[in-house]
Design a protein around this ligand. Sequence first.
Ligand SMILES: Nc1ncnc2c1ncn2[C@@H]1O[C@H](COP(=O)(O)OP(=O)(O)OP(=O)(O)O)[C@@H](O)[C@H]1O
Ligand SMILES: [Mg+2]
Length: 1038
Amino acid sequence: MSLLETSVGVGDMVLLDPLNEESLLKNLDKRFQHNEIYTYIGNVVISVNPYQKLPIFGPEFIDKYKEYNFYELKPHIYALANEAYQSLRDHDKDQCIIITGESGSGKTEASKLVMSYVAAVCEKGEEVNSVKEQLLQSNPVLEAFGNAKTIRNNNSSRFGKYMDIEFDFKGSPLGGVITNYLLEKSRVVKHVKGERNFHIFYQLLAGADAQLLKALKLEQDGSCYSYLNCEASRVDGMDDAANFRAMKNAMDIIGFSTEEFQHILEVVAMVLKLGNVELGDEFQANGVAGSSINDGKVIKDISDLMGLQSEVLERALCSRTMETKTEKVVTTLNKIQACYARDALAKNIYSRLFNWIVNRINEKIKVSNSAKKKVMGVLDIYGFEILKNNSFEQFVINYCNEKLQQVFIERTMKEEQEEYTKEGIAWDKIDYFDNSIICNLIEHNQQGILAMLDEECLRPGMVTDSTFLAKLNQMFSKHNYYESRVTQNAQHQHDPTLGLNCFRIQHYAGKVMYDVNGFLDKNNDLLFRDLSQALWSSKHPLLRTMFPEGDPKQASLKRPPTAGTQFKNSIATLMKNLYSKNPNYIRCIKPNEHQQRGVFSSDLVGIQARYLGLLENVRVRRAGYAYRQVYSAFLHRYRMLSRSTWPHWHGQSREGVEKLLEELTLDSKELAFGRTKIFIRSPNSLFYLEEQRRIRIHQLAALIQKIYRGWRCRTHYQLMRKSQILISAWFRGNAQKKRYGKIKASTLLIQAFVRGWKARKEYRKYFRSGAALHLSNFIYRCMARKFLLSLKDNLPSQITDNRWPSPPYKAFNLANQELKRIFHHCRCKKYWDQLSPQKKEALKEKLCASELFKGKKASYPGSVPVPFRGDYVKLHEKPKLQTVAEGPVLMAETVNKVNRANGKMTPRILLLTKSHVILVDANGSKVKTVIGLENVAEVSVSSLQNGLFGLHLTEISSVGAKGDFLLVSDHVIELLTKLYQAMLDKMKKQLPITVTEEFTVKFKDGNMTVKVIQSQKGGQGNKISCKKKGSNQLEVLA
Ligand SMILES: Nc1ncnc2c1ncn2[C@@H]1O[C@H](COP(=O)(O)OP(=O)(O)OP(=O)(O)O)[C@@H](O)[C@H]1O
Ligand SMILES: [Mg+2]
């Protein structure tokens, strides 16, 4: 949030309206209650001590402030440190940060914040980091030795510190120099009840282990040491032991060696033990009061630590050598003087130790090369002090503050005035309180209080603090800013609060009354030469170097400069230093006296605000113009208030600002146009601008919101639309793709059909006339081929084998039968062809027999396997029969001729020739009958198993006249077959053969019926018996 927009009070009090002390305090209070502890007066930071840890520090905040300009964020020390660092780094301007405020107001904390900020923002690197660490670690060391608990602050810096941090051209820290001012060394020997000595004493006792304590000859119990206030040896929230370790660690980091550390502790132990040196009265022989050491052990311990003989130390403490150019006089010191000497020694040792430590740190952190450096000085110096009892210390401290105020007034006023002049703005000089008169009162070389003090210290004769006061009264009797009882009396005034031994100075911050008691002593700050010589002669390496004036060779009778002069000189150097740099102010304010959080005491803050001159500061800042800004930055901030400058102004920034303010109709008296900056006189005008800006920003924000929302909706809509288009495109595409696919498939189908149709049309003729046939033929052929091949492999091997494979398809049944037949024929033919003619003839006869008798006659089957021999009478042995036959005999067999009369049978040899059937008697000697074949009319034969047959002759023949023959042959089938063939051969006439069981035989004396009956007994073979039944019936039993 910007400074101007902060809601808690006014971030920059220049803008405070109305401006008076009350509103100023109210503003600070309001902000303080909201933990806004920082407030600006222009570029001055007012810091109110929160007395609590606030969450506004650390790397996160440092990073934030690093990025912004001074007024862009809430007021903060980081903003000031950033401004200073950037202007140092980027504009090559040396800077100083002057931190002032009273004790406990947070100066030291502020200085640490500045240092930590600078350390954090500057470049990083191994070397740079170690320098940063050294610079940061100087704090715990200096705090241990230079800080103490006071009533006002538990960690009060009892010295002034100015630290120059040196940077290279890139802004990386190279090192630094620390200047310390006026350590409150009186604290070593004495401090108010409730306060403490310097932290280091307590830290040492709490943090050192037994071995170390023994080596330092110390007891852990702080109450053993008179320099330590036992009542307040502990401080709430402060861990001395831990701080001791932190201090040791810091010393390690800075580069102190272990020996150095040890030596430092030894010196601390010496100081501590010095307090325990008890001195007693001792009267010398001449009656002069002297002093002596009561407890030899303590002095022995100290001497051992110092590396001195205890007598030497004792002598140095109890006596004093006065030296003139010609002689040396040793006088003894009385107890009071000896105590004074002891305390002076302790104070001196301690303050010199402190200086030595500062110098040693400087040696470690100093920049070795002489290249041009940029410097940032941080001044953490004691604030203005108005105590109950103010002494020399307060006097010099307040003098220092007076000088700082002078710097402040001069620098702020001068700068302000310079700025107006530089910017060409008409400027009425503003009166402001110039405190140089007070500074003069104190520091004037001849007529200043410090000069008077020195003069009094050096003046021979009786000099006391009172003579010093008298001198002041005389010198400043007419001075407006000085008063005392004497000057008041002279002016007939009476102020009972003003003490007799006091003088009062009206400082810029208020009137302070100083008690002159101890002024001379403190200014003299003398250490008796005996002591410095004794310490120089010690064997302790550190102690020895701290007292170089003890070296007799360097001994001079010239007095060292007084404390006042030294301080004045160092302040003069400091002033010179500060004047040479660009100042940045942090003015610290203590909100209450009790170090309590959240408590804002308006009275207390009022006093501080008054002496810090805050109101004055605001007035000075506002006297001319409350607000100023370079044109570009101003235009940048307020350009939205005019249509001509918003959103862009292309011309010069100044013209833009003029245009802008013209449109806003601001009172011309309120404005001044400088060369580079615009000046606004009253905060109200600025507030008006701010208000307008706020309203406008609301409008713009609404506009931006509107546009943004519109844009967002639009883009969202467009995105949705795009998505919708995409989705529908894909969907449509997909649908079309599917449709197309379907159409394509259909088209292809149609095309295929059409093409097929066309092709079929074209090729139909081929298809119709042959293709189907071809195909079917082919298929049929294939099937047939397959069938035939399988048939081939499965043909029966034997001619008599009647098996035949069945066809695979019914269609082949016929063919199969045919094939079977053909195969059979073929095989038969083959068989036939290889037969001899005789065999053929025999088979022909068999065939004929089959045709004639198969299925007709019972004896036929038995005749089939028996070959037809033809000759059953062994013709070749009977030549006579051959002669009878007169040619080849087809059949020669003995047959039985059934006698017609009685039915008895007579054997006869039957010879069948090609033309005759000849019956010869059984001996073959006499031919009984010769029957020409032409006379054979018919043959009757029974179906039964017998050889009976009737040979019917034609009636016309001579033989026939005798009648038919009834014969029984054993080979009736062969005989009749041969007869049949012979007749066929001869007469081309088929012999009728009747198979019947009843036939008629013609005889000369009549016909006779022959009836063949199956014998019930079952006759064997061809055996038959004939019985005559009646005259014309013959019953044959077969
Ligand atoms: N910014 C802060 N946040 C929190 N506490 C703070 C802050 N500044 C100061 N304090 C508290 O106030 C105490 C006193 O502050 P500091 O030591 O800085 O005062 P000082 O002005 O240096 O006093 P002196 O002049 O006595 O040295 C600190 O110890 C700390 O507890
Ligand atoms: Mg301090």
